[in-house]
Write a protein that binds this ligand. Structure first.
Ligand SMILES: Cc1cc2nc3c(=O)[nH]c(=O)nc-3n(C[C@H](O)[C@H](O)[C@H](O)COP(=O)(O)O)c2cc1C
Length: 327
């Protein structure tokens, strides 16, 4: 007790919040509930059930470290009933050598949503070569529920070894949907999408979209940092182009309701539990919050660190459920 009181006196000087830092996204109602934390309701997403409205966004594969990361992430999904998508499975289209890095369905079990991932350039190539069955086989081998296609034009153009694709992604996705047997989700990788791209996507029979919005991990910046100082200095502005998750929620809410109601949305791009809770409340479509980097940080270390982090997210969401009301 005495130490606690001393801490309060010593820490007060560092604990001054200035007006502009105060979150104004919710009404905070401290008098209406106890502070006992209650279980969160289950979330139905992509025809399966999650215990937390959380998605492990596409990250990695193809290295030994990636295998350990994917296995830790899948173990967390199994323990907390979360959904997960793999990082780009491009290498598996050509060979099975790195299959074990990605093979986490046995860890997740059959009841959670699990998606493979390919870039739009690979999808275009497979379609041009009339080999869509290669993707069907990939999904089958991984026992995945479907495919997430990432659309990343800026990343491809800013990386020295980037791929060029020749058709508008919306046409490639449309062709894929005609020939492919599984659900498809489309995402960006950190710069989001504007209203016209979103509307065009919502008009296709995709199962859903993932934002990959501007605000968190930024692949233009990663590629610029991988290139050279001149590129970083002169083309650095490209890392600021795009749309935040806040903007994307507004764009989607302005679309005709019948377009939006059937789609499943993964809100991602620098999301933390409070911003995710807020955006989920605002968005007029079924959604979960997706995170990549925040999970990666802990999944690289050991399973317990990842587990503790997810317990913290759970606590934050339970606190939000008690005290935060929509404005
Ligand atoms: C290390 C790393 C690798 C990633 N690799 C992929 C990928 O292969 N395919 C993909 O669609 N997105 C990939 N992403 C992007 C994420 O899925 C996500 O859209 C983006 O990082 C925003 O989430 P965040 O801000 O929570 O990190 C990767 C992200 C990270 C951090």
């Amino acid at each position: 007790m005495e130490t606690r009181k001393k801490d309060h006196i010593n820490l007060a000087s560092q604990a001054q919040l200035f007006e502009q830092e105060v979150a104004d996204s919710f009404y905070y109602e401290p008098l209406l509930t106890s502070n006992e934390l209650k279980p969160l309701p289950k979330t139905k997403f992509l025809n399966k059930e999650l215990s937390l409205p959380l998605w492990v966004s596409s990250m990695t594969g193809g290295t030994l470290e990636a295998r350990k990361i994917n296995q830790n992430l899948a173990k967390a999904c199994a323990e907390f009933c979360l959904g997960m998508s793999l990082g780009s499975c491009r290498s598996l289209l050509e060979s099975n050598d790195r299959f074990d890095d990605f093979n986490v369905r046995p860890i997740m079990g059959p009841d959670l949503p699990f998606y493979a991932n390919l870039g739009i350039a690979q999808v275009e190539k497979v379609i041009q070569e009339n080999q869509v069955d290669k993707i069907n086989e990939l999904i089958f081998r991984l026992q995945a529920d479907g495919l997430i296609v990432h659309v990343n034009p800026l990343q491809e153009l800013l990386q020295p070894e980037g791929d060029i694709y020749f058709n508008p992604p919306i046409e490639t996705i449309s062709s894929l949907l005609e020939k492919f047997e599984f659900p498809v989700i489309v995402k960006e990788v950190g710069q989001g999408m504007g209203p016209k791209s979103l509307e065009a996507l919502f008009r296709l029979p995709v199962a859903g979209i993932e934002f990959g919005a501007l605000g968190g991990t930024n692949f233009s910046l990663i590629e610029l940092m991988r290139s050279n100082d001149l590129m970083l200095e002169e083309m650095g502005d490209w890392a600021t182009i795009g749309h935040t998750a806040f903007e994307m929620v507004e764009f989607i809410n302005l679309l005709p309701k019948e377009l939006v109601a059937q789609k499943q949305i993964i809100i991602s791009g620098g999301i933390n539990p409070l911003s995710g809770f807020y955006l989920k409340q605002q968005l007029q479509a079924p959604s979960v919050m997706g995170m990549a980097y925040r999970f990666l940080k802990y999944a690289r270390e050991d399973y317990n660190q990842l587990r503790n982090y997810i317990l913290m997210i759970q606590k934050s969401l339970q606190m939000a459920q008690n005290f935060l009301h929509k404005i």
